[in-house]
Design a protein around this ligand. Sequence first.
Ligand SMILES: NC(=O)c1ccc[n+]([C@@H]2O[C@H](COP(=O)([O-])OP(=O)(O)OC[C@H]3O[C@@H](n4cnc5c(N)ncnc54)[C@H](OP(=O)(O)O)[C@@H]3O)[C@@H](O)[C@H]2O)c1
Length: 293
Amino acid sequence: MTTAEKSVAVLGLGSMGTALAAALLAAGHQVTVWNRTPGKDEGLVGRGARRAGSVAEAVTAGEVVIVCILDYADIGPLLEGQGVGRAALQGRVVVNVTNGSPEEARAMAERVTALGAAYLDGGIMAVPEIIARPEAFVLYSGSREAFEAHRELLDTFARSVYLGEDPGLAPLNDLALLSGMYGMFGGFVHAAALVRSAGGPVAEFTTALLLPWLRAMAGGLPAMAAQIDSGDYAVTGSPLAMQVSHDSIGEVSRAQGVSAELFAPLFALMRRRVADGHGSEGFAGVVELVHPR
Ligand SMILES: NC(=O)c1ccc[n+]([C@@H]2O[C@H](COP(=O)([O-])OP(=O)(O)OC[C@H]3O[C@@H](n4cnc5c(N)ncnc54)[C@H](OP(=O)(O)O)[C@@H]3O)[C@@H](O)[C@H]2O)c1
């Protein structure tokens, strides 16, 4: 091993665990892999990974233990099972990139720390196909010391972003980012349905019109974020009262045979904000209805 090479165990060889293990192998690390169902490691073993016959064998082969399985609830039994526990985990670093909630992450951090290992929780902002590519990033929270000691290793998956010592920060921010994504996807689906209802090609509309429009609108998010931080929602250009003066999107959608159920809840909140006396303010103030400060 060169100084940069590390011994790493990867538990869980689904599509994401396999992509992570492949990136580690490509970067020259010593990788030991384990999967509950045998047979998923053939490709990785062919590229130099070591096959572990048990969780305990994998964990004791790695100074860093990556856990990437489907459900958080199954991790505890895995790490506390036969031959694992404190004897195997003492002094190691567990990096758990299984998706879960902030509460689950905090509980797992306590559990792993009690077994003598350092803990990092990770939120992978990528699909397996873009692991090790520039657009991928992974959020981490938990032990700062562990993150700093292994940052170079973690950077082989994707750009690593450390959020703080509270283990719940990575899953919370992961879910916040997914919320933003689903808002965009919902808006896209409604827009596509409207264009299709008029017989238009959605592909051309998306590249020629929607993407430039969304890029321009996304440029306004930092200013809206600053308003949310300050609580001052004053605007000059587009007050909420103007935006909700007519339910044009809802009415035209229904006339075109497009259900307004994606858009209607948002419009209802905007109208409620105006009814509450904030019509001269901007859209960002809607946050006060979903999370009163
Ligand atoms: N795929 C993505 O795009 C993506 C993106 C970001 C984050 N993630 C997260 O990454 C994690 C893994 O996702 P994936 O896409 O790799 O899922 P996947 O392809 O469905 O694989 C699931 C893995 O979990 C293992 N597993 C399930 N239950 C287990 C148990 N009780 N004990 C031990 N192993 C168990 C499976 O083992 P068997 O082979 O034995 O069934 C398999 O290795 C999830 O938390 C997911 O949210 C995935």
